[in-house]
Design a protein around this ligand. Structure first.
Ligand SMILES: [Mn+2]
Length: 197
């Protein structure tokens, strides 16, 4: 089983997180931020990665540290669970529609962290949630998971739909990229013979 657990405590947040890449999408999520819980829940569901995430952050300041640090811990957990990436598909890309919104996500699980994020929100908040934190999460995840991640929202209007299309797009891309490719089982998907930078 490709699993990992991360415990991460700072003066700003206290996070316990576990993932199972070969799961069914079962999620137990409690970050104290309702909209973020909703996004993480659908990230687990649509990636079929089991996620157990408990975060206690300094929400009396704002949601920034909590969202960013969950992104860091989730990225670290995914990277750890992948191990030497033997047999892994590695690349995935797709278009994710959500009503009027369309977002494209392309992913290379390469050990080469890079984020291109071309998604804009016309409003600053979704409920209490700052829309700029969507990018912060993707940045933290990409850097710590060691993935090259391109996200572009081609069009869209509703901020909730735009955010959801990004998270669902990441979910489906992750699901495809971490899947074991039966034709290449046991092989490391790189001409270098290793992945990791
Ligand atoms: Mn929703």
């Amino acid at each position: 089983m490709r699993t990992a657990s991360i415990t991460r405590a700072t003066k700003e947040t206290d996070i316990r997180l576990a993932v199972n890449l070969d799961g069914t999408g079962k999620a137990t999520i409690a970050t104290g931020v309702g909209f973020f819980d909703h996004m993480l829940d659908l990230l687990a569901r649509h990636s079929r990665i089991d996620m157990d995430i408990a975060a206690k952050g300094d929400l009396h300041i704002d949601f920034h540290h909590t969202v960013e640090d969950v992104g860091i811990a989730l990225g670290q957990a995914v990277r750890q669970a992948l191990g030497d990436m033997r047999g892994m598909t590695r690349y995935a890309s797709l278009y994710m529609p959500m009503d009027e919104t369309l977002t494209r996500v392309a992913l290379d699980i390469s050990g080469r962290p890079f984020l291109v994020f071309r998604t804009e929100f016309a409003v600053a908040k979704i409920g209490e949630f700052d829309t700029e934190l969507v990018r912060e999460f993707f940045q933290a995840f990409a850097i710590n998971a060691g993935v090259t991640l391109h996200v572009e929202t081609l069009y869209g209007a509703n901020a909730h739909h735009i955010a959801e299309s990004c998270f669902k797009g990441l979910a489906r891309a992750l699901r495809a990229a971490v899947a074991i490719d039966p034709a290449a089982a046991g092989e490391i998907p790189s001409t270098k013979g290793s992945l990791g930078g």
